[in-house]
Design a protein around this ligand. Structure first.
Ligand code: FES
Length: 190
């Protein structure tokens, strides 16, 4: 059955937490708590499910964060507001442990969509920040409660023992508001 506990942090509400299980083509909708595991998946479908996760971004409102499951790990998706994007870009030149401009952490022309694997790069805890009321750390991004790592609005590590930014997975826009996580973006035609 659903392994929502793998993503939990004690008893916090998981109202923004969306768990996608099983079917790679299943589409995530905001407000769902958990997807029931589809027991009747064929092995082939199961394998495919493990490699890609398709997400409908359309219901995700500006400022909202949701989580989906991909290859057994949570993926954090945020529909960033212009203010959040501006804050991330403003910090591009600040000294940080794993320097990376915000523009390299989203797809071209899609700065409003931040997609990252939600696993702390220190020892693998799941950072807080996805649920309403969560601590977001000193930089308004995510906070790992295990040993106190602070990630910024771009998911970059800014303070604490984590050595690397939250990883950005391969993902591809199949429409303007739908992505497949686990597939590389198509290169523009030459
Ligand atoms: S696992 Fe996140 S700070 Fe240690």
């Amino acid at each position: 059955m659903a392994d929502a506990e793998a993503h939990g942090h004690g008893g916090e509400t998981r109202r923004d937490f969306i768990l996608l299980l099983g079917n790679a083509m299943a589409v995530v909708g905001v407000g769902a708590l958990a997807w029931p595991l589809i027991d009747s998946l064929s092995p082939a479908a199961d394998t495919k499910a493990a490699s890609t996760t398709e997400v409908d971004l359309a219901p995700i409102k500006a400022g909202q964060r949701v989580s989906v499951k991909w290859r057994g790990s949570p993926v954090f998706i945020e529909h960033r507001t212009p203010e959040t994007i501006a804050r991330a870009v403003k910090d591009d030149k600040v000294s940080m442990p794993d320097p990376q401009p915000d523009a390299e952490r989203h797809q071209e022309g899609k700065a409003q969509w931040l997609v990252m694997v939600g696993v702390c790069t220190h020892l693998g805890c799941i950072p807080l920040g996805q649920n309403t009321g969560d601590k977001r750390g000193d930089y308004g991004g995510w906070f790992c409660p295990c040993h106190g790592s602070h990630y910024d609005a771009s998911g970059r590590i800014r303070k604490g023992p984590a050595p690397k930014n939250l990883p950005v997975p391969d993902y591809r826009f199949v429409t303007d508001t739908r992505i497949v996580i686990g597939e590389k973006p198509k290169k523009p035609a030459a």
